[in-house]
Ligand binder design. Sequence first.
Ligand code: PLP
Length: 452
Amino acid sequence: LDVVRDVDPRIADAIAKELHDQRESLKLIASENYASPAVLLAMGNWLSDKYAEGTIGRRFYAGCQNVDTVESIAVEHAKALFDAPYAYVQPHSGIDANLVAYWAILADRVEVPYLKKFEKRQINDLTDAEWAELRAAFGNQRMLGMSLDAGGHLTHGFRPNISGKMFDQRSYGVDAATGQIDYAALRETAKEFKPAVIVGGYSAYPRKVNFATMREIADEVGATFMVDMAHFAGLVAGKVFTGDFNPIPHAHIVTTTTHKSLRGPRGGAVFAQPELADQVDRGCPMVLGGPLAHVMAAKAIAFAEARRPEFAGYAQRIVDNSQALATGLLNRGATLVSGGTDNHLVLVDVDKYGLTGRQAEQALLDSGIVTNRNSIPQDPNGAWYTSGIRVGTPALTSRGLGTAEMDQIADLMHTVLSSTKPGASKAKFDLDPAIADRVSKQANEMLGAFPL
Ligand code: PLP
């Protein structure tokens, strides 16, 4: 850090403070983790300086031999890890991976047939009238994705997001009584709406998803089935989600982030059936800028780490911990969306404590517990204040905490939530500072046994 400090000490201090904060607080953000030192070091180096637009062995720049090596190895590990026929490791983030996938699907479903229809090989050969027809066809495609309040992601067709403008979108949600996906209702919506794309996957849904059933529905309506496994990729890699619950053999195309339960660097990846591979390969430069070679190196390391036998144990412990946390909260009277969890996350309905998500999030943060507020199904408080708190176990499991600690954490969370009183606005609240301080100290003591 001294090298950085020489240039601007404020940046060096912020980096050091981030490490301190991550050491000292209970990191329960479901989308975060601690990457290994090998992953972090593979990222901070001279590969960052190289431009390498294009694909392996076919670049728009000279001198890409080392990037070719790095990308090939990352692809090799990614394919082996997920048992996938094709992998693309260039996306800079999960949102970028989804954009690459959407464009690949649209190119496959719209561009390729139109080029055939116009008997043209290249898009640049189209007349203005043909081009206008093709563009109009792009704008007419439909997407069926999970609604935001049921746990979907904003890139799954949410109107303010670009995906909501690329596609005419309709949502599927969860059954009001069970909090779980109602596949019969999903099938009905798909039959009526006839989407070009059905998107599975989520940011805040605490249950397994049956991807085999979703693929059947997609086939019935002729849709391309895409799964965004950003949140649970580590559980797929660690063979906790297998059979119907592993999206790789069922979906036409699968996207992921690499930094959540997978424990890699910030980034994304796309897996596809061979017939979509050519279109996905065009991701850079059609959708993405030059690949981040240093991050692809770190992805290769993370995939290699996840291929080790011990990763399966880690993935199973993530779920064991999540279920222990859920049980601990339920035992103390909390209400959980869907009544529990099958995966790495738990969604607490804080309306039952008389709080908004915003109040609960800040009260917990003041007590050394880092979570995020989240909408719950049919949320009365909207997407900004919300009525839920999302908690996840990948990060604390990486530090070595187990089910006994999860029960203690449930106790600390319940203490804070039941001691917090709503204030004059949806953001304000009252919490006795002595309670916040005591919980914070207890959390810190617990973490002392699991050094980072
Ligand atoms: N997809 C899902 C399901 C996510 O939960 C997220 C992030 O939270 C993303 C995509 C976007 O990932 P990124 O922040 O890397 O763009």
